[in-house]
Design a protein around this ligand. Sequence first.
Ligand code: SAM
Length: 176
Amino acid sequence: MPEKEVVILRIGHRPERDQRVTTHVGLTGRALGARGMYLAASDKGVVQSIVDVTARWGGEFFCSDNVKWRSCIKDWKAAGGVVVHLTMYGLNLPDIIEEIRPQAKILIIVGAEKVPGEIYGLADYNVAVTGQPHSEISSLALFLDHLFSASELKNEFYGAQIRIIPSKAGKRTEEL
Ligand code: SAM
């Protein structure tokens, strides 16, 4: 796994409608090299889904709900980390990624429907993955891929119960 400590902060989650998307934010972060996800809402269903996937597919990804986003950002910065907020209003990814890449400790904020205006000022970097509206899942995936220069596609997930044997056709898996 990469040396960088990259963690996601998911804000604005509405349990009645965002469960699937928030779970996919976590799974995307896990698959593409993040260490964990803080969820600024209470949702044990999301936490359990991500914990279950990690138990079966390996790695050490964590998921914590009930996180207070202001103190999460404050504590992260106090520990020497930088904060990246993914927003279509920010600086475009290719124009800023070289400056962010050397950072060792990165908190990535993604929103749901509406992001409080305060977040834009608290972030060290407001980063756009194009200036077009799309999704927290796609913006996170592209940001991580650029951050890790695609090396995350070769990550190993230790302690897995199952692994896929890449195949040209069909589905092959191995129980470990
Ligand atoms: N309309 C909402 C707003 O003004 O905050 C945005 C909702 S969007 C579905 C949810 C999240 O996806 C955003 O908070 C942002 O993190 C991410 N997102 C969407 N498009 C993006 C883009 N072009 N670049 C970076 N992040 C983006």
